[in-house]
Design a binder for this molecule. Structure first.
Ligand code: CP3
Length: 358
């Protein structure tokens, strides 16, 4: 349903923000910019705030999660906050044994591969009480952000299932891709369950004040177009449908997805999301993406590797990305994937200043 009274997008606080205008296919007064993983290890103030606190514990402490969300907005002057959390937080809230191992990523207590593994998972769920720390952190954050929108996010069913089935990060997600063919019924139940879990997580962020959402299907690029369309896309649409009808714009992002871009746009449409943006990694130039996705605003696609190049090289690249992005009806400048931890934060601030001057 519609947004609650006093939501920043419906009470006028964020509806004219450059980010929201660009996500709705408009050309605001300046090019909006934010960075995936802007809240994290590139910032000394993050490393200090996180000291002595496990990653997932930090995500569930509302004041800490809110403070970390605000840090990059204060420092860089980006056009959006991205909620400090993780795609596996709803798994944890549902009672799944999951940890984030530093330098590795999400690690499960066991791989979830058999019919009985999946039977046990689908018994678990998150209720409104379990999501209270999420709503509280979002509410604290939007109260501080004023006219700057907060982006809520969730992990797409395939990317979450890739971690669950493998039990840990993997290169080509072989066990998950085998399961979708070897046990299609079990796969379907696993994906429907992850879809509703992420959907509840997205919905909690939106009702508490997020003005846009991004669905991360980071590992979808390992799928063929046929497998994506037949065995994954429906579950992604189901996840996003939990926030359909709220009027918040939706962004759909993955890496290595040049062959999936049209199908990823179709997911946003099938979900009933009113404004669709597709996130483009650094591999597909934005003018090419604009031809593949007519009428669709784009987000991206500065190559994170170039954050470590001399400024004139990075500057020329950012200008080129912005020029190609002008072929789309709206453009939100971002990276093609997350900020590398070793990035000099001063470089990110300089990219924001450059984007705003173009
Ligand atoms: O600033 C932001 O982008 C907001 C917070 C955010 C985090 N994770 C915090 C985080 C977001 C949006 C995510 C999403 C996420 N988590 C994705 C999708 C985006 C992507 O990068 O593709 C994925 C695949 C995950 C799973 C995950 N969590 C990985 C692969 C890792 C990295 C492991 C490592 O140490 O290299 C994490 C941990 C994580 N999530 C950190 C942060 C800030 C690092 C934790 C730390 O400080 O030790």
């Amino acid at each position: 349903g519609a947004l609650p009274a006093g939501h920043p997008l419906s009470d006028g606080r964020t509806s004219a923000a450059p980010l929201i205008r660009a996500l709705r296919g408009d050309r605001p007064e300046h090019l909006p910019v934010w960075f995936m993983r802007q809240a994290g290890r590139s910032l000394p103030e993050y490393r200090e705030a996180r000291q002595g606190t496990e990653m997932l514990e930090a995500c569930l402490r509302p004041e800490l999660a809110s403070e970390i969300t605000l840090q990059p907005v204060r420092r860089h002057g980006v056009d959006a906050g991205i909620f400090f959390s993780d795609i596996v937080v709803p798994l944890k809230l549902a009672g799944v044994g999951v940890e984030i191992a530093s330098g590795v990523g999400p690690v499960m207590d066991q791989p979830y591969r058999t019919v009985s593994d999946v039977d046990r998972l689908v018994e678990l769920s998150v209720d409104d009480d379990a999501l209270a720390p999420i709503r509280e952190a979002v509410a604290l954050t939007v109260a501080e952000l004023g006219t700057t929108p907060l982006i809520g996010f969730g992990g797409a069913p395939f990317t979450l299932a890739a971690y669950l089935v493998e039990g840990r990060p993997s290169r080509d997600h072989l066990a998950a891709r085998t399961m979708m063919h070897a046990a299609p019924e079990t796969w379907g139940r696993l994906l429907a369950w992850t879809a509703d879990l992420t959907g509840a997580f997205l919905r909690a962020q939106v009702t508490a004040g997020a003005s846009a959402v991004q669905l991360f299907d980071s590992w979808a690029g390992s799928l063929s177009l046929t497998d994506y369309r037949e065995r994954v896309a429906g579950a992604s649409a189901r996840a996003l449908s939990h926030v359909a009808g709220t009027g918040v714009p939706g962004i759909h992002f993955g890496t290595g997805t040049g062959h999936l871009l049209g199908a990823m746009r179709d997911v946003l449409v099938a979900a009933g999301i009113s404004d669709h943006t597709v996130g483009i990694d650094y591999r597909t130039p934005l003018d090419e993406a604009a031809r593949l996705l007519p009428g669709v605003p784009l987000q991206g696609n500065v190559d994170p590797a170039l954050l470590g190049a001399p400024w004139p090289v990075l500057e020329a690249h950012v200008r080129d990305v912005a020029a190609r992005g002008a072929e789309a009806p709206g453009h939100v400048l971002n990276l093609g994937h997350g900020v590398p931890p070793e990035t000099d934060p001063a470089v990110l601030t300089r990219v924001v200043e450059l984007a705003h001057s173009l």
